[in-house]
Design a protein around this ligand. Sequence first.
Ligand code: SF4
Length: 532
Amino acid sequence: MRSSEIECSEGSDHEVPLRESCGVFGVYAPGRGVAQLTFDGLYALQHRGQESAGMAVSDGEGITVVKEMGLVTTVFDERTLSCLPGHLAIGHTRYSTTGDSNWRNAQPMYRSVGGAGFALGHNGNLTNTAELAEQAGMLPGMVASDSDLVAELLARHCPAVPLNESPGADGQNGQKASDGLASSAGVGEGAFDEALESALRSVLPLIGGAFSFVLLDSNHLMGVRDPNGLRPLCLGRLAPTGHPGGTGHPEGWVLASESPALDVVGASFVRELEPGELVVIDSFGVRSERVFAEERIDPRLCIFEFVYFARPDAHLYGREVHGARRRMGKMLAAQAPVDADMVMGVPESGVPAAEGYARASGIPHGQGLVKNRYIGRTFITPGQDARDAGVRRKLNPLRENIAGKRLVVVDDSIVRGTTQRAVVRMLREAGATEVHLRLASPPLVWPCFYGIDIPDRDELVAANASMSELESFLGADSLAYLSLENLVRAIDAPGAGFCTACLNGEYPVPVPVEVEVGAVRRHDVPAAPARA
Ligand code: SF4
């Protein structure tokens, strides 16, 4: 293919290269303002999903769900939070990879079961949704997403609690009111005890793909990670406060997609949940259980959590993400050296790797681009001119730092290449004499079925062009990627397993071609390797 034949497909979004599917949070903390804690936790996880936000709060008498389209700060304010008393809560921020972006698909999902109820938040993407729905006899349209399906299956497996066993039952279970509130009827502790746990034991072994769930019923907080641990989930502890018998708070517990959400609520990091682990948290503390067959346990955390998705201050596999990104840059400098005057990162996720590259190469590190801090989601605009305008809206060059210099420009990854192409052009216009692009990960060449929105394969620029064609398309003097081997080495978590499917086509969980993620075509799917 000649470089002139590499085209940016109309409608591609240069502004947001990859999107995480969701962030989840849960807290069990009697005596503390759990709604406020959940708000703070979700705010720390906002980067994992910006389409909708929600929380479910239980006071032991009933569960109240508030969810709306928009950012965490749009959905919740002081007044809303003050109306949500309780001792446990779960929260969710969503970006849709299956199901439409609408209120019905906003989470937490709520189900009433007789006089009781539960709520669920999901990060990930199931791979056998259609099969499960068919087996359960669900007609098309009965469930709106894979998360909705899991909630429905759990509800069907929960023994119903008669309404007359539910103090405060008012017949309004799960009904959405015009202000976005849904409430369950109350249920006394004991009536629904263990029903959800027992339903989880039945349903979880049936589902495939990527899932980190948080769930609650009236008195229990639960967290689950899929047997591959594809999406992260960690446990934190809120230390007791005050004196025994005084006015302090007892010990509390927190679940979160990423550890910075523990930090903001004052919880200390305890550990990551193990792949395939279910934890149940209640007044007796934390119980752990394995609910999957041993042969399904195969740790494969998404490697892109380290490259791009997770916050730099997050800890995964016992490693701080920022340090791993710096080591990626260091490895890249050794793997793809170049004679230059300045190393700069593409803000913000390319910056730690640029620092690592600079330190290892001895080339000074500098800032070449300023990012507009307030940029949010922007329109998906067709045409190269519009795409360039979109990048200019987000990034602006520091001309005095750039003019007359040979630059090493470090970015985290390449998807469609439209951002890098516009950046190279912008830097040259600002006076750079050479631009050498360095990517801190191998190129994306396969779609993701596990909860990350990666475009069609024919939009993945590296899947359709040689290196020299790409250099020419991007307008760079040279181009190099960090190898997969060096990426894993840079993360420096010996023995840890990773999903690398979008980089090398090796899918840890078989993916049926019928999976509908809206961005995958039948011919795109490589044969799934046999499971060990
Ligand atoms: Fe992550 Fe890629 Fe695997 Fe998806 S396919 S889970 S983005 S490593």
